[in-house]
Design a protein around this ligand. Structure first.
Ligand SMILES: NC(=O)c1ccc[n+]([C@@H]2O[C@H](COP(=O)([O-])OP(=O)(O)OC[C@H]3O[C@@H](n4cnc5c(N)ncnc54)[C@H](O)[C@@H]3O)[C@@H](O)[C@H]2O)c1
Length: 345
């Protein structure tokens, strides 16, 4: 299958691109190369005959039409987005521009392309989204595909809006879409403004490790390569118009996760004092959702997917990757004057 992946130079998109190439698919990677992109993320596939790159912005309608016409993909997997919650609190406009307007522009280009090709049944527009659109859970319960939308941050509100647009393009125009809403990802190539890489890099630098509030917020963590597997399953076997909730079945309070990272790092690269001594609690993020958790029964039963990497194993792999790839993250921190910010996705 020839897949047009948007945002394929980012964290999750690049994992999808690497996996899709390994599985024998052709990939056209379309990315605007914002601050969050790193071409190093796709270096291992860049020279592959099944890989092509298009430097373009999803808000550019003419470019979207030109690229679809040039490459004639069988499917679109849409990951391009502004993704950092803290940035969305400071500058919500960019999130509406890319996540809402950009998705609409891409949908329109996809619709025209699909109609011109004679509406092939097998065509897919896969919209990759987040569980944050569902808002916050209390101490119990799970999100699933029937959970009402209740986004709390400008980021999650913009993703919710884009989900609605994608569903509407299916209901109104018949575009064969699939949607997925996934919990927090982590793993290699994670941009160093999100929680796990921030903790790793602050620990290694001997600096304070900031945790919002009392560290009580709970997230369900999924290793990024497991997410990439789930996304390919949804793209290739998901039913048109259907949504799939994806999660790691690995809930952790932020404070417990950070302590786990610190103690694992103590074993891998011992410092003079335990890394946990660097933990500091800082003022909570406004509108900070308490807990996210996913009931992934549908994707498990219908598509046979389930996570294969436990949180302990994934944290170990991630830490070893960051220790072995210092050049990658040191180069990113200074690019475009963008420094590391505190982040809890
Ligand atoms: N990170 C998570 O934990 C998580 C969880 C669930 C869903 N998601 C969703 O998965 C997708 C990818 O997330 P990520 O963490 O890999 O993001 P990321 O920030 O690492 O990467 C986003 C990519 O999109 C590109 N991009 C941004 N604006 C663009 C535009 N206007 N045109 C073209 N390209 C543009 C960037 O250059 C970058 O390469 C997003 O849609 C996000 O909402 C993320």
């Amino acid at each position: 299958m020839k897949i047009l992946v948007t945002g394929g130079v980012g964290f999750i998109g690049s994992a999808v691109v690497r996996l899709a190439i390994a599985r024998g698919h052709e990939v056209v990677n379309l990315d605007a190369l914002t601050y969050a992109a790193c071409l190093g993320n796709v270096a291992q596939v860049a020279g592959h005959p099944a890989y092509a790159f298009e430097h373009a912005d999803i808000r550019d309608a003419a470019a979207m039409t030109r690229i679809l016409t040039r490459h004639q993909p069988d499917a679109i997997m849409h990951l391009a987005a502004e993704t950092h919650v803290d940035r969305s609190i400071d500058s919500p406009g960019a999130f509406v521009d890319t996540n809402v307007t950009g998705t609409m522009v891409l949908l329109e280009a996809a619709r025209a392309y699909w109609q011109q090709r004679g509406r092939p049944e097998g065509f897919r527009f896969h919209h990759v989204s987040t569980d944050e659109v569902f808002g916050s859970l209390g101490p119990t319960g799970f999100f699933n595909e029937a959970t009402p939308y209740a986004p709390n941050s400008p980021y999650s509100a913009s993703k919710a809006a884009s989900d609605h647009l994608v569903r509407a393009w299916h209901a109104t125009y018949g575009l064969p879409v699939v949607l997925s809403n996934c919990s927090n990802n982590y793993g290699p190539f994670h941009f160093p403004e999100k929680l796990i890489p921030v903790v790793i890099l602050k620990a290694l630098a001997g600096e304070e490790i900031p945790i919002y509030g009392a560290g009580e917020n709970v997230r369900d963590w999924l290793y990024v390569e497991d997410h990439a597997e789930a996304l390919l399953a949804v793209l290739t076997r998901g039913a048109p118009g259907r949504t799939y909730a994806i999660g790691g079945n690995a809930e952790a309070r932020n404070i417990d996760l950070v302590r786990m990272i610190c103690s694992t790092l103590d074993g891998l690269r011992p410092a003079a004092a335990p890394y946990g001594d660097q933990i500091r609690f800082v003022t909570d993020r406004p509108g900070h959702d308490l807990r996210y958790a996913i009931d992934a029964t549908r994707i498990r039963e219908e598509l046979g997917w389930q996570p294969s990497v436990t949180l302990t194993e994934g944290i170990g792999r991630t830490l070893r990757w960051y220790l072995e790839n210092e050049d990658w993250w040191r180069a990113l921190q200074v690019r475009d004057g963008v420094g590391v910010r505190l982040g809890v996705a």
